[in-house]
Design a protein around this ligand. Structure first.
Ligand code: HEC
Ligand code: HEC
Length: 337
């Protein structure tokens, strides 16, 4: 399906093929486990008579298995190329699992294993307490550049059910299984990111999978099937309001996880390549000026204005960040998010 044959550079893609063959196996197992259920779902959705009976629909569809599928293959189940316009909920060609690896079931960076226990909680971005459904919608509208899901929709409840289940799995996991298999956490260099150096890293280490123009690689010529390697910039990637659009968040993820199966970048390389990716064009979210009603809570690396400090936007995009943090400390000891 996905194997190294699609790529001339066998050595670089070896780790990838290993990851993908286990992914393919998981997919097959999960597919056989839920196939029966899926067929029922499909036939019910096509049946106008039953569509009004929303309670039985939820009971049949909003399972953890369906939630896991939505997270792993978001494009396929609720992407913009869906034949049914009502199911075109996400607005790019990413899957949730493009960032929440192995559907969030892997310990470590952007894992969803401990998420259930964290909500509801205060969100500086929204300016109030938010629950897990709100947080899923945060990623829907930003990382997925899509629409807000109805809080009581089957998709929302299915994904929530799956994430709650991950929390239960986590509580039963042995201590060694909870350990992430990752290099040391990204430590931010105290300088401005270097876009030219970042481009070098990109060409040497990332382009083989993510493409010369950050466009990724489609699973097949049928776009509705999604991508083997997800797009990093351009119209099919995350929008400028997404967490991954922040250079420190991206560097943290990239140092921990990329190149996939071979995460060995230095802090400097991770920092520069994150800046390079985020210097490229991507979808723009509207109403970003409404984020962080208390502006001092805005993270120092938030790439879009307004700011409660006098530093230029470019410094928020690429650093150095220590002068910005120092400024907030001097202002009544305020701490940005
Ligand atoms: C482009 C990468 C990306 C994609 C795609 C993405 N997310 Fe996220 N998600 C993030 C980042 C980054 C964060 C955390 C940001 C932070 O708070 O530091 C996050 C946080 C979350 C959280 C909160 C986790 C916690 O423990 O607090 C949930 C839940 C979540 N995402 C669900 C989803 C779902 C569901 C989808 C698909 C509909 C999705 N995400 C797609 C990047 C992504
Ligand atoms: C061997 C192929 C491969 C290489 C090389 C690679 N990636 Fe990835 N990358 C992936 C895959 C596959 C995913 C999605 C994760 C999944 O499906 O398990 C991903 C996801 C990502 C994501 C989150 C999703 C998105 O589209 O925004 C970012 C950011 C990213 N990679 C950056 C990089 C950077 C930077 C490099 C170079 C340092 C790199 N990758 C090298 C395969 C690769």
């Amino acid at each position: 399906m996905i194997g190294g044959a699609m790529h001339p550079d066998q050595e670089k893609t070896k780790a990838m093929s290993d990851t993908n063959s286990s992914k393919a196996l998981l997919l097959t197992l999960a597919a056989s486990a839920v196939l029966g259920g899926m067929l029922v779902i499909v036939s019910i959705q096509r049946s106008p008579d039953m569509a009004t009976d929303s309670e039985s629909l939820v009971a049949l569809e909003a399972t953890a298995e369906y939630g896991e599928r939505l997270i792993r293959e978001t494009t396929r189940y609720m992407g913009q190329h869906q034949p049914d316009p009502a199911k075109r909920l996400s607005g790019n060609d990413l899957d949730c699992s493009s960032c929440h690896l192995v559907s969030g079931s892997d310990p470590g960076t952007l894992s969803l294993l401990e998420t259930a226990s964290r909500y509801p909680r205060f969100s500086g971005r929204d300016g109030g307490d938010r629950d897990l459904r709100d947080r899923i919608n945060g990623c829907m509208q930003r990382s997925m550049n899509g629409v807000e899901l109805d809080r009581n929709s089957i998709e929302m409840i299915a994904m929530e059910t799956y994430i709650l289940g991950l929390g239960r799995d986590y509580s039963l996991m042995s201590e060694d299984k909870k350990q992430a298999d990752e290099p040391p956490t990204f430590a931010e260099p105290d300088r401005k990111a270097d876009l030219v150096a970042g481009q070098q890293v990109y060409e040497n280490r990332c382009q083989v999978c993510h493409g010369a123009n950050g466009e990724g690689l489609q699973e097949s010529t049928d776009i509705s099937e999604g991508y083997v390697f997800p797009p990093l910039w351009g119209p099919e990637s995350y929008n400028n309001g997404a967490g991954m659009g922040r250079v420190l968040t991206a560097a943290n993820f990239i140092k921990a996880r990329m190149p996939l199966g071979q995460a060995d970048l230095s802090d400097d390389e991770a920092f520069d390549v994150s800046a390079y990716i985020n210097s490229k064009p991507r979808p723009e979210k509207s109403n970003l000026e409404e984020d962080y009603p208390e502006l001092f809570r805005k993270p120092v690396d938030s790439p879009y204005p307004p700011y409660a400090d006098p530093f230029p936007q470019e410094q928020h995009q690429y650093g150095p960040f220590s002068p910005i943090r120092e400024y907030y400390r001097s202002q009544n000891n305020r701490q940005p998010g």
